[in-house]
Design a protein around this ligand. Sequence first.
Ligand code: FAD
Length: 365
Amino acid sequence: MQILIVGGGLSGLRIATHLHAAGHAFDLFEARTRFGGRVFSPSRNDDGRNCAYDLGPAWFWPNQPLIQSLIGTLGLRAFTQFTQGDLLHETNANQPPERHKMAMSGGYKRLHGGVNALIQAMVETLPSSALFLDHTVNSIEESDDEQAEFKLSVAYENAGKAKSSHYDHVVIALPPRLAAESIRFDSLLGDETLGTMRAIPTWMAGHAKLLAVYERPFWREDSLSGEAFSQIGPLAQIHDASQEDGSQGALFGFVGLTAEQRQDESLTLEDAGLEQLTRLFGPLAGKPEYVVVQDWINEHYTSTALDFEPLHAHPSYTRPAALTNVANGRLLFSSAELDTVNGGLLEGALRSADDVARQILKALN
Ligand SMILES: Cc1cc2nc3c(=O)[nH]c(=O)nc-3n(C[C@H](O)[C@H](O)[C@H](O)COP(=O)(O)OP(=O)(O)OC[C@H]3O[C@@H](n4cnc5c(N)ncnc54)[C@H](O)[C@@H]3O)c2cc1C
């Protein structure tokens, strides 16, 4: 029985973990040259674990049991988002920001080493011979070879070369919109189903984050939590992103400009962002050791042209019936966007994966 998992984000890796635990072989194809997908926590130092900063997801919440149990199983350490001190609110660029004794992200949880520590730890539990980076799936179709032992034919690209293989089961572990826009399913999915998939927004695909790293979290010395929200921008919301022990300071901000507005080539987000941080937190904020903007709209293995449409609220995600029992249950779909409880979130990626893994294991046993 040959199983292919397409996508090495949290959802794909979770399915791989279940199959491996149940003793089933699989291949996992990941288009990027790294695992994690939207989880992306590059490290400033080369030790890879201790000084990583989350440029994708950073938080999980106390009411999310799967991610907490996974963190425990993998022996990783969570800590509470720093929120001690006053929050700043900026409404007028010519006046000092207002100070409020409140927290936006009280009780939110972060992971020591960044969320990528979770991805790395999961990858380490899987057989490396089953994991393939730089493998981009381009099309999936029913095999037209009557004698073919396997039922689904997968065309993919590796190191610029076109290749193909056959599998009994294929799990598409990518956001449905991205799958519909970037993979050809020929007769397997009709136009209506593809339309339904395109209509499911990929959570945060149109967003950008700015990160500024400092020698120390100097704002804490002024009884500021590092949290701010702004009607001026370019950062709409700012949070403390320092290392757990405060040994290195960092602030991150969600960019408030739309993906369309960010295409303006005269805009230098790093400069505009630092100018804003200086307005809020003083001159030291304008002199980071390091500043970076991660714009997810430019990530072709996450976002599509459809993600330029701004989202004004967290979508309410459902699992469309059209994505159930495709190709007699041989083509399955998993991603954070297919979970009805924690749709779009890390916990949703795990929930969706658990659901799909149960279906495959049932079919195999
Ligand atoms: C800026 C930002 C902030 C966020 N903040 C939070 C947060 O604080 N808390 C939270 O819970 N969630 C947050 N999220 C959402 C969270 O990142 C996602 O819920 C989760 O990572 C989704 O995992 P996934 O496996 O479903 O999808 P993905 O991570 O998108 O994985 C899909 C994988 O498929 C690969 N792929 C794509 N195309 C192909 C192809 N053709 N062939 C092979 N592989 C392919 C991709 O490279 C990727 O690795 C945030 C996301 C972003 C971008």
